[in-house]
Design a protein around this ligand. Structure first.
Ligand SMILES: [Zn+2]
Ligand SMILES: [Zn+2]
Length: 158
């Protein structure tokens, strides 16, 4: 088994939860950096939007602790810190080789600015960015399904 130091020497960047119980490292460059406006992310994070990086699943290593998991739909698993609640990852059964990591759990989120907005059809009326990035009604065209599938969630109003 590799030590945390061995893993870190190969990592592009690292991050973790608010309380410090969980730490992870990422190798390789993310393939997507976007801001999701879907209502499921909104409720899961308690935040108007959530910024995500898509990475190869094999490039994510947990260096300290393991996150708790919640199946937010039959196809989707979200992980979070069981101690402090920080949302950490999102995986979808239709793209099992990828994992989305919350950009703002990185130690250096400034290094990975988003390139577009997704699911603005779910937006709250008072969310305004004005950052000039392309805003997609749902998932970005031509990309596999990312977030926001129209489903009925027990915790969300219909
Ligand atoms: Zn924590
Ligand atoms: Zn989302």
């Amino acid at each position: 088994m590799q030590s945390s130091e061995d893993i870190m020497s190969h990592c592009l960047t690292a991050g973790g939860c608010l309380c410090g119980a969980l730490r992870y490292g990422l190798r390789g460059a993310p393939t997507v950096s976007m801001i999701c406006h879907c209502r499921t992310c909104r409720r899961a994070a308690g935040s108007p939007t959530v910024a995500w990086l898509t990475c190869s699943a094999e490039n994510l290593s947990w260096m300290r602790g393991k996150p708790a998991a919640f199946a937010s739909s039959p196809a989707v698993v979200r992980t979070f810190c069981a101690s402090c609640g920080t949302p950490l990852t999102y995986t979808h059964a239709e793209r099992p080789s990828e994992v989305d990591v919350t950009t703002c759990t990185l130690d250096n989120p400034e290094a990975f600015p988003p390139t577009y907005h997704a699911w603005v059809s779910h937006d709250l009326a008072w969310v305004r960015f004005g950052d000039g990035l392309t805003a997609y009604h749902a998932a970005k065209e031509g990309e596999p399904c990312r977030h926001g599938l129209p489903r009925n969630y027990p915790g969300l109003p219909a």
